[in-house]
Design a protein around this ligand. Structure first.
Ligand SMILES: [Zn+2]
Length: 249
């Protein structure tokens, strides 16, 4: 990636009036968080995703589900934001970004200071009753399960599930608001996602259909590189450090 490419991205962001960011696992890998959904994580060679990562599997055996995810979710709590999370927060603070739509469940955009965060795949910090919707801290439910108690709702007795979107589950209502923001956007800044997971990936063709520029910054190829008005193949951390430096001037 060349300095002139990064300067070009900075210029486009400065000219945009309704820019929105879309982020994926590649933004958090430099914070030491594995991409759970990716085949490269090796997770799904050893474990059946339908058993430990689908709603059906959760209902069938919530103990196995919490046994699998409990420690993995806990491992996220000591992770810190990296320069790409800082870049997104800075752009919002400068008034150059209306919101960030993220597929990540790790909460690092909020921790970095972003205020308008659409967590369209949920968050690992909460759990929610499948029937009445009451929200619990996930820690509390994991502690109960580890003590041998079933993850039942105190209010209605149904199962309490981590508030993350499992395979085969619909996205939370905030996704509709994300799509509305993208329809209004004049620029979509896509960071660190291979754009293979739908329906989130569909926000990129939607942005083009409604006339927005699409900047894709990713280390690897993405499924919608051909739709990018501006494609930057780069490691995210050095890219973000350089863009932050330009924005400071
Ligand atoms: Zn309930």
């Amino acid at each position: 990636v060349t300095p002139s490419q990064i300067a070009d991205v900075a210029r486009r962001l400065a000219q945009a009036e309704r820019a929105v960011a879309l982020t994926g696992a590649g933004v958090s890998t430099d914070s030491g968080i594995p991409d759970f959904r990716s085949a490269q994580s090796g997770l799904w060679e050893e474990h059946d995703p339908m058993r430990v990562a689908s709603l059906e599997g959760f209902r069938a055996d919530p103990f196995a589900f919490y046994g699998f995810w409990g420690a993995r979710f806990r491992g996220l709590s000591d992770k810190a934001p990296n320069p790409t999370h800082e870049l997104v927060a800075r752009l919002e603070a400068m008034g150059r970004l209306r919101a960030v739509i993220t597929q990540n469940i790790d909460g690092l955009h909020r921790e970095a200071g972003s205020r308008f965060v659409h967590e369209v795949h949920g968050t690992y910090t909460r759990a929610r009753c499948l029937r009445c919707g009451i929200v619990y801290p996930l820690d509390l439910i994991v502690e109960r399960v580890e003590a041998g108690q079933p993850p039942f709702c105190d209010s209605c007795g149904d199962l309490v599930k981590p508030d993350v979107v499992l395979f085969g589950e619909p996205l939370p209502p905030i996704f509709e608001r994300s799509a509305a923001l993208v329809r209004e956007a004049d620029l979509l800044l896509v960071l660190g996602t291979s754009l293979e997971v739908h329906p989130v990936a569909g926000l990129v063709p939607l942005a083009r259909e409604t006339g927005a520029e699409v900047i894709i910054v990713n280390r690897d190829e993405s499924a919608y590189d051909h739709l990018a008005t501006h494609l930057v193949r780069a490691e995210l951390t050095p890219f973000s450090i350089e863009l932050l430096r330009l924005l400071a001037h």
